[in-house]
Design a protein around this ligand. Structure first.
Ligand code: ADP
Ligand code: MG
Length: 480
């Protein structure tokens, strides 16, 4: 059976702290600073992206009435990434077949497509969103009547600006833009109102025949950013009331699916082993679970578990619980946060000398490591003291002391898995965190060398009839 290190090869970016977190945005796309030959090998086509590309290209080819798309997800969820993928394929026809060939036959007659992109982070754009768009199209003059004083272009003005060759319009980060624009007076009103009107007019204009090869994609945060989000809702409601049309709503990375495992694989690894090698690891884990079942410490199904590993390799299937827990914290940057954390974990595993792991699991997150802890603190800053007390504190925490007494790392591993819930539900962390771990979870933690079984045999509690039911103790309160 191949160890992680002999089976997989991480990308170079994983080891370079400075390059771990390059955040690309729309200005990089407009400025042609993104190389499609570097972007696409690290891109995983999610269901949402597949729909966006398929429906987007049908529109550009004049085959569809669907001209408005909305990408909704929390911060770091993959919205901008989807815009970049679409924008690059619009600008660079030769990548269309290699990237989309598996699910769509792009029309060979469609050449380079124009892309206009506005990010709401450009809050100081002097002539509003419309000024920035006209400028990118090289027709600044066309909108001169709408610059001073700032006024919203009407439907006809939009049609005149945008008609002609196929065009992709991208509007990213509008919620913060709207919030900011509220503080900028325009006549008796403010820039957020004027921008809202301009946006409504633009959406309605997209229904006109002259713009049948023009497509607009707008991104929206999940309702958490209430203030700026409302303006987008209003513009989309206007669209529906005036034209009976709606925006197609897409999710860049679907929640509650394994898509994020696929993204992690693509982003972190350059090379993964063959299906057979993966199946061998999966079977070894299944065997460990079978043993654990005989000990009556788990009721997990070995077969199901093996199947899960095939899907999630080289990550442990329980990472999904971790992700689900993290997601409940407003500070967690979704896909971005998980990629960052897993890059750190992977780099640390590859940099250490031991080579006896077969999967990357939740308990490989080293909470004694500064960089890792910084990442966890960003997800939920209130956890620092809980982690230090219970899990990791330079050999002083409850779990580490237990390990020292038992002469292994199992308590640490067990409690580290417990961190997953702890991170999101700090109130469940009590001093008896080890006992709180469910029997089922313990089984999931078993590793191919049967260390879990040993753990129980060596435990001072081996002959005690221990009640493994979850404690109903509400535990310590931590303010969130
Ligand atoms: N389908 C995907 N394939 C590869 N990487 C992705 C994918 N979706 C998101 N990512 C990565 O996740 C991170 C967050 O995505 P981003 O688009 O910046 O989020 P958002 O715009 O929603 O805040 C980026 O580093 C991006 O490259
Ligand atoms: Mg973004």
């Amino acid at each position: 059976m191949k160890t992680l290190k002999s089976a997989c090869k991480p990308r170079d970016t994983v080891f370079d702290a400075a390059r771990r977190d390059t955040v690309l945005d729309l200005s990089d796309l407009v400025g042609d600073r993104i190389k499609p030959e570097e972007f696409f090998p690290e891109n995983y086509i999610t269901e949402g992206m597949k729909t966006l590309l398929t429906e987007g290209f049908r529109r550009l080819e004049g085959k569809s009435d669907q001209g408005v798309f909305k990408l909704t997800q929390a911060m770091g969820g993959g919205k901008t990434h989807n815009l970049l993928a679409l924008g690059l394929l619009a600008k660079h026809p030769k990548f269309r077949i290699p990237v989309m060939g598996g699910f769509y036959a792009p029309d060979k007659a469609l050449g380079d497509v124009r892309v206009v992109a506005f990010s709401g982070r450009e809050s100081d754009a002097p002539y509003g969103i419309w000024g920035a768009m006209a400028e990118q199209l090289g027709t600044r003059e066309l909108f001169k009547d709408y610059y001073s004083p700032l006024a919203a272009p009407g439907q006809t003005a939009w049609v005149n600006l945008l008609k002609g060759e196929p065009l992709v319009i991208m509007l990213d980060e509008l919620p913060p833009y709207f919030v900011n624009a509220k503080a900028k007076p325009v006549g008796n009103s403010d820039l957020s109102v004027v921008t809202g009107t301009a946006l409504s007019n633009l959406l309605v204009a997209l229904g006109k025949a002259e713009l049948k090869n023009v497509l607009l994609v707008i991104t929206d945060l999940t309702a958490s950013y209430q203030a700026g989000h409302q303006q987008i809702v209003t513009a989309l409601t206007d669209l529906q009331q005036e034209t009976g049309r709606t925006a197609m709503d897409l999710e860049p990375v679907r929640m509650n699916t394994d898509e994020f495992y696929q993204i992690l694989r693509k982003r972190i690894f350059e090379k993964l082993p063959s299906k057979d090698d993966i199946a061998e690891v999966a079977q070894a884990y299944a065997k460990a679970i079978r043993d654990a079942r005989q000990m009556d410490v788990t009721n997990a199904s070995p077969e199901q578990f093996a199947q899960r590993i095939v899907e999630t390799y080289p990550f442990h299937p329980a990472i999904r619980d971790l992700y689900a827990r993290f997601k409940e914290n407003p500070g967690f940057q979704q896909t971005r946060g998980l990629i960052r954390l897993m890059r750190i974990v992977t780099a640390r595993i590859w940099n250490e000398t031991r080579d006896n792991r077969y999967l990357i699991s939740a308990h490989d997150i080293d909470l004694n490591d500064r960089e890792t802890l910084t990442e966890i603190n960003q997800i939920n800053p209130t956890l620092e003291s809980a982690i230090a007390h219970d899990i990791a504190s330079g050999e002083q925490s409850v779990a580490e002391v237990m390990d020292a007494n038992l002469g292994n790392r199992d308590a640490g591993d067990v409690v580290q898995d417990k961190v997953t819930p702890v991170v999101a539900e700090p109130h469940q962390s009590g001093r008896d965190a080890v006992v709180v771990v469910s029997a089922n979870k313990l089984g999931m933690l078993s590793r191919p060398r049967g260390s879990l079984v040993d753990f129980f045999r060596k435990s001072p509690l081996a002959n005690v009839n221990l009640d493994l039911a979850r404690s109903t103790d509400t535990g310590r309160r931590v303010d969130l």
